[in-house]
Write a protein that binds this ligand. Sequence first.
Ligand SMILES: Nc1nc2c(c(=O)[nH]1)N[C@H]1C(S)=C(S)[C@@H](COP(=O)(O)OP(=O)(O)OC[C@H]3O[C@@H](n4cnc5c(=O)[nH]c(N)nc54)[C@H](O)[C@@H]3O)O[C@H]1N2
Ligand SMILES: Nc1nc2c(c(=O)[nH]1)N[C@H]1C(S)=C(S)[C@@H](COP(=O)(O)OP(=O)(O)OC[C@H]3O[C@@H](n4cnc5c(=O)[nH]c(N)nc54)[C@H](O)[C@@H]3O)O[C@H]1N2
Ligand code: SF4
Ligand SMILES: [Mo]
Length: 796
Amino acid sequence: MNYSKVSNGPAPVPNNAKDVPTACIICSHNCGLRVDVENNQIADIRPDPSNPVSDGYSCNKAQAISHYVSHKQRVTQPLKRQANGSFVPVSWDQAIGEIAEKLNQIRKTYAPRAIAVAGMGGQGNHSNALGIVPFMHLLGSPLVFSALGQEKTQHALVDRRLFRAKHDSYLPADEHHSPYVILMGSNPLISNRGRNATESYKELVQDPNRQLVVVDPRVTETARKADRHIQAAPATDVFVLMGLVATLVQEDLVNHSSIADQVSGYEAVRQAFADINVADMAARCEVDEDALRATAREFAAAPAACISYDLGVEQIPHSTLVSYLIRVLLLLTGNIGKLGGNVFIHQLGPDMPHVSRMPALLESGIEGIPMFAPIPQFPPAKIPEEILSEHPDRIRALIVDGANPLVSYPDSAAFRKAFDALDLLVVIEPAMSETARVADYVLPAPVGYEKWEFSSFPRVDISAQWRPPVVNGPKEALPEPEIYYRLARAMGILKAAPKNLHLLAGQAHKPAGAAAYLAALSGQAGLRGGNPLTVFGRVGFWLYETLGPKLPNPSLSALWFLAMGMGMTRRKEVLLANPELKPIKNPFALGLKLVESLLEHPEGFRVGKLDVENNFTDFCFQRDGKAQINQPDFLHDIRQVAASSPEAADQEFPLVLNGGMRTGWSANTIVRDPSWRKGKGPHYAMLVSVQEAEVHGLSKGDSVLLESRRGRFEVPIKIDKNTRPGHLNIPNIFNLAYPDSETGELKATGVGINELSDADECDPYTGCPYHKRIRCRISKIEVESDPENLPLVANG
Ligand SMILES: Nc1nc2c(c(=O)[nH]1)N[C@H]1C(S)=C(S)[C@@H](COP(=O)(O)OP(=O)(O)OC[C@H]3O[C@@H](n4cnc5c(=O)[nH]c(N)nc54)[C@H](O)[C@@H]3O)O[C@H]1N2
Ligand SMILES: Nc1nc2c(c(=O)[nH]1)N[C@H]1C(S)=C(S)[C@@H](COP(=O)(O)OP(=O)(O)OC[C@H]3O[C@@H](n4cnc5c(=O)[nH]c(N)nc54)[C@H](O)[C@@H]3O)O[C@H]1N2
Ligand code: SF4
Ligand SMILES: [Mo]
């Protein structure tokens, strides 16, 4: 059978080209790049000064992108697993037909929510969301498990509660304009978090009028440059923050006028913190009380102050309370929504409604949190128990797209067991990943340089880069939105678009035509029935089907919708960045102008700029316009945490592992070919403190057996004077199996960190895992082993 389709993949690009604009997809900074292409290969890579965000900035890892494109493990055809475990190539029609039939059977026998998606993440390729969101809405399943649910959804949860924030907003620090920066749990000089991090932090530390306070258990590259380093014990940040808030409250350093303007519920917070003993908090995090008090006083006195935060305070116990306390500290000092404080930002797109629907998981009851994408997002840590649940609606089919769960999600043993209990595992991948190797079907996707792509991380300057392909991918690889469109049609959850929409789409490049097209699209999608989410899903795919073929690529249809929406509903922000567009009064014309500019500027275009003066009022949607900081359950937990006795050391597993430190040679699981790493390895050696080395009799070049309650493996060590006693740091260089250059046999070159992490060790509000607090022990290995070929000894 032939299934309905819209496109057979991107139009071919020249095999040889010079100075083509694109972006780096290795981290969320997405630096603009220029590349030369020779014989369909990315041959030369340079930073692009014309990119409006990165402005000519890049780091060493940009050079790795060619290894992400060309390597020995590309998936080039749809593959189906045989009973004996091997794969055979099948046609797209066969794959789509069989998968659709199986999904329908599961949906009809059990429930739509028995079908889930894992992924929708990645650092720079977000076009799969343009297929996943309408597909899941039409299907009626809320279950999307994303990378955000293992690091950042607590912020969206807290902002929803405090500010009634919408799903597309985010509250980062404005380090660039700030005289006083507290940096918690991040090492931007290596991870490049923030904007042009190495340059902006250099400016910050060189300016005698600005101060940097770093909270980090390790003396990191960034901590070394700080005015003050609060070297708290790992995973004790909740006490650091409680000590800071208690100091503000008890010494009455709070900003009463901004509290009157912006905060409701202060009295409850004041009472909760009135009795918290700052000396106790300092003792709990093993820092000097004076350092905590001085930081609180300076923070309150600074003309503006901000808090920048990342994984170090996101993947530890109490990460939701940490997120709440950061906001309390900022609100009590009047530092939200102002230059040099923390400012709300959002992505390119229309002014969105507040998403109130929050479905929950069957077992844990954890709610999905909409963040950036208009769909609830769930924590990957909870996938195993949702598959292994006894409930009839448990997950039975999983589509993995843009993730490598067997490697990057917590508790690999739990995932192996859960995957065995699935009826269907479909992996959409450019590479034969660890997860793809155990799938029932592997569907080939182009890499981010072989298709139209975009990234959507929000910033103060709302910029976007719609990137055309720069090289040609495998002939059979299909962009993700096309795969989901075909599946939805084959399953019968989507009917063909009405004919008149095709006709109207032909006029959508003119303001009146766009207005008529959008009116007909939403009207007709509504007439076909279903709840508002089904209608939304139908709009998404009908846009793809009818407008898509009129654009350089159908994947751009949803982006067209976002840019139109931006022009139509966020005029103030568009004009702040582009005052020359003021004469365009027609909202449809303004939207179309943004579309045109984005297509004309593949190096990136600044679509809007936030009105920082009115940032707080623009982003706080509480009825009284004030942040509601009286959150009884958070305050209850805080009282309990304060009153609890210090955690007794775990006698069996006394050390704390930071299971995933960013290094100059780590890139999540994006680059599989280890040869991109230069210099003397092993690059994945674990850092142990001088004291630990002494206790265990370790010296340079030794390896240890590293064990947690979940698993164990051998790992080479480096003795590191910057690591705290009792703490271990392991790079996020995962053990990706790649063919050996001589024998061709698969060989793993990193460390299986998630053999050690525990799916049950996660935040009770969000399910975010404790990757920075994995309890471990080490023992010296007496027999010398080959550090490039370490056996993995996994439990479970
Ligand atoms: N080079 C490189 N850059 C990357 C990536 C990469 O793979 N390689 N990945 C990208 C991704 S996906 C992300 S999410 C970001 C992450 O970026 P970061 O969060 O900046 O990076 P990490 O090294 O994971 O952790 C940050 C810091 O947390 C500290 N830390 C550990 N435990 C604790 C603790 O209990 N409390 C506190 N306060 N600090 C603690 C560590 O010592 C480390 O300095 O990096 C992005 N950038
Ligand atoms: N122990 C531990 N675990 C961690 C972390 C840690 O520090 N410690 N870090 C966590 C963090 S912060 C993150 S963000 C995650 C990242 O981990 P994941 O969410 O798994 O994401 P990635 O590593 O970016 O990529 C996953 C897969 O996407 C595929 N891919 C690349 N491009 C495309 C594309 O265009 N389309 C499709 N369909 N697939 C593509 C790649 O081949 C790869 O197999 O790991 C998390 N896991
Ligand atoms: S890895 Fe480096 S070059 Fe690539 S986006 Fe991040 S900072 Fe930019
Ligand atoms: Mo991440």
